[in-house]
Design a protein around this ligand. Structure first.
Ligand code: SF4
Length: 259
């Protein structure tokens, strides 16, 4: 395909007219000579910024994949809408370099793609090739786009944190998963290093479905009700947590919302 030296504003303007014209069912007849040149051109290669995952020939719909970029179609868990998203990763580093909408997912794509449609059609759906574009692509909201920072921002919490100062002082230190499990299950004077002498009950002590939690208030049930499970979304995690709560013997198993 011939290359075209066209600035970004002119290119987007041309694509906008092409999209509108094709929606009206008459792209070819609506083109001025200048825009016809744009229709024959390959998408411009960005001179800076993040690499694009593919380019689509706007005339033939041929898709050229950039093997340096991996694309995975997934689902956003930013909220209950559960929109589809698509994640771009740099193949060499594994780093997430972009998040966008998933054109296969009805939660975020008007006129979604059929699940059987090949991935090349997903690229075409996000281009203006062959009359496609602007009607099938998926979108995600700002929070969904924040996935990028959620994965890569350096303050993300990836290990257990234990209080390292007085309550409310906001001081924390990272601990190992083994230490977390041991202290949570065994309990003990787990803040002795801070000069605190109180005994903290571990799961082993609380796992008691016979002894009343408070003999003066038998309606509170057994001691095992001391454990409260703050649950999560119904995407598998809730079922797992509920199984734990039931097995442990606590009634205090709450939903992600207030129910
Ligand atoms: S993209 Fe936005 S609306 Fe959709 S699930 Fe994610 S956070 Fe919710």
């Amino acid at each position: 395909m011939p290359s075209l030296n066209i600035d970004r504003r002119r290119f987007l303007g041309a694509m906008g007219v092409l999209g509108a014209a094709s929606l009206a069912g008459g792209a070819g007849s609506a083109l001025t000579p200048d825009l016809a040149v744009a229709a024959d051109a390959e998408f411009p290669v960005p001179k800076k910024g993040k690499p694009i995952e593919a380019s689509v020939d706007p005339k033939t719909g041929d898709v050229k994949i950039n093997d340096d970029v991996i694309v995975r179609y997934s689902s956003c868990v930013g909220c209950y809408s559960t929109c589809g998203n698509r994640i771009k990763l740099d193949r060499a580093s594994g780093r997430v370099i972009g998040v966008g909408g998933n054109p296969y997912n009805p939660a975020c794509a008007g006129n979604k793609l059929d699940f059987e449609a090949p991935l090349e059609d997903a690229y075409r759906s996000m281009s203006y090739a062959n009359g496609h574009g602007a009607i099938t692509h998926g979108t995600i909201c700002g929070r969904g786009n924040g996935t990028l920072d959620g994965v890569s921002q350096p303050d993300r919490i990836t290990v257990p944190l234990k209080r390292a100062g007085k309550r409310g002082e906001g001081k924390w230190k990272p601990i190992s998963w083994d230490q977390l499990i041991t202290e949570v299950t065994e309990g003990g004077k787990i803040f002795a290093e801070l000069g605190e002498d109180q005994h903290v009950e571990g799961f082993k002590e609380v796992h008691d479905t016979v002894t009343p939690l408070n003999p003066e208030q038998p309606d509170l049930g057994p001691k095992s009700n001391q454990i409260a499970v703050m649950n999560t979304r119904a995407d598998g995690r809730r079922q797992l947590n509920t199984r734990f709560a039931t097995t442990f013997g606590t009634l205090n198993n709450f939903s992600h919302n207030s129910s």
